[in-house]
Design a protein around this ligand. Sequence first.
Ligand code: PB1
Length: 328
Amino acid sequence: MEISSILQGGYQHPLSRSWQGQRTLTKNMFMYPIFITDEPDARVEISSLPGQCRWGVNRLQEFLAPLVEKGLRSVILFGVPLHCHKDERGGPADDPNGPVIASIKLLRTLFPDMYIACDVCLCEYSSHGHCGLFASDGSLDQGPSAARIAEVALAYARAGAHCVAPSDMMDGRIKAIKRALIDGGFGNRCTLMSYSAKFASSLYGPFREAAGSAPSFGDRKCYQLPPTAKGLARRAITRDVNEGADIIMVKPAMPYLDIIQDAKELARDHPLACYQVSGEYAMIVAGARAGVYDLKTMAFETVESFVRAGCTLILTYFTPDFLDWLEQ
Ligand code: PB1
């Protein structure tokens, strides 16, 4: 037997197996997406997202305190306004009395060490359910869209968010937000995490049901990337790095591991995030319930594949589970 043929000696023991990974999973690599509704005392289970709820501001302490005890370090807030007047500009997005801004202020007080990120988009707040603004001819209006997203991002930064994360995919929004943060005195106080390579995926259904954010007409194919578009994804990542993004994200995660690897190559000096989206989470839970695999084993296998591809930050609805499953 050739000497070079023998590999098993390098991983025959659990400890030497643990040395084979480039990076070991730790709790601080997980960011928990949470849904905040404008019914203050609500705790409403989301049927399409097993184990996840829409929470009112008055229930956030009861919801998050046990998770903080277990090592939760960061959340990303998604507003789910059920009683607001949605308009063409997504007016309620930066309502100072809205659920997101109220939650930022409360969480800063309740959990001073928690890193609070906010998703920035208009789809949950706009009458048309799209992520940008439209021109009179029905096409997306790039300049006003980027400006409106920047306005909302600055409002969240002013409320105390540590990070703003625009999931809208409007062209030029990263530059617009960075400019607004700098001019507003938050350039060195608020992280800009860009959903740089975000695809028009079929895996967002459970989220849209949870957030009531499905488009009222058409789809998002003219602003979210085509799933086949490796070149566009690479160009979007490079663009956002040049426009001042502090963190680059790829979304969804599992079907786009090659894009995560590209992002690591193109933005090697940036932290790299990925979002295991609602449909991925629901699919993994459904497979376990169907007896296809053990849930914990599969959850680890998916998340470890994101790390193998180059991720340092993982947005996943499995975050509470990993707080139980990981030692540190
Ligand atoms: O978990 C998920 O499915 C996330 C969905 C995601 C939130 N950032 C977007 C999906 C979509 O509706 O296109 C929301 C877009 N602003």
